[in-house]
Ligand binder design. Structure first.
Ligand code: MLT
Length: 240
């Protein structure tokens, strides 16, 4: 099995993901929010790459059926129902709702994945379920770390390392590119200390400064939600 970890997604990669199997990671916080919302009963997640696109999608839906959600600079967008903190996405709020979500980095990645084969959504919260599904599909995979404003985000890299660690336990030969090898080294160094590590990342520090420290405590829970979610036809839902 070949695993290619990608630390940055650039415009020139637009056609790159055609027919590929892909895992998307934005641990802080879009993919963690997506997994929490689905586990708590949201009907579907519609990722939007901009505020304008999110508002446009909402205009075509019945008001009682959706929640308009997202952040810019980690804060809720003016006029939106929810921000991008997984703690906001409780069963009471999201049960049965379509969640339109736009985030600074994570939700933009899906633009490139409309023609991919299998697209799985990974967070610490569902990492073993994702690793197991990758083994079940038994193919080569690209793992995309969404990054932060064009910068490397090591919170994504440590999770890709944990996925690789899981695969290595079960698959005879996992072939890694340089970013994959680096992710694995990073995970092995901080295994057992994920919360501490997340709090010390650049992105973690920004979240703490903006009052979201509890999000980090929540996101650091490995395998809290053993679900697999996938992106198909512009929607993200639980894969049965
Ligand atoms: C992103 O997409 O960059 C993040 O989810 C931002 C955040 O921390 O809310």
């Amino acid at each position: 099995m070949k695993i290619e970890v990608i630390f940055f997604v650039h415009n020139q990669l637009e056609d790159y993901f055609y027919n590929r199997n892909v895992v998307v990671i934005d641990v802080l916080r879009a993919t963690s929010t997506i997994i929490t919302a689905l586990a708590n009963g949201a009907k579907t997640i519609i990722p939007a790459s901009s505020v304008e696109e999110a508002v446009k999608i909402a205009k075509n839906l019945e008001r009682s059926t959706y929640l308009l959600c997202g952040e810019r600079h980690t804060k809720i967008i003016d006029g939106f129902d929810l921000g991008n903190s997984p703690l906001e996405f409780s069963p009471e709020k999201v049960e049965g709702k379509k969640i339109i979500l736009t985030s600074t980095n994570g939700t933009k990645v899906f633009e490139y994945l409309r023609k991919s084969k299998n697209v799985l959504i990974a967070s610490t919260l569902n990492v073993s379920a994702v690793s197991n599904k990758m083994m079940e599909i038994d193919s080569d995979w690209s793992i995309i770390c969404s990054g932060r404003d064009g910068f490397f985000d090591s919170s994504d890299a440590i999770l890709s390392g944990l996925i690789i660690k899981n695969l290595n336990r079960e698959v005879n030969v996992v072939e890694l590119n340089d970013a994959g090898k680096t992710s694995l080294l990073l995970y092995e160094k901080y295994e057992g200390n994920i919360l501490k590590y997340l709090k010390d990342t650049d992105h973690g520090k920004i979240l703490i400064a903006n009052g979201f420290e509890k999000d980090l405590d929540f996101i650091a829970q490995v395998d809290k939600f053993p679900i697999v979610a996938s992106f198909t036809n512009n929607y993200i839902g639980i894969l049965k």
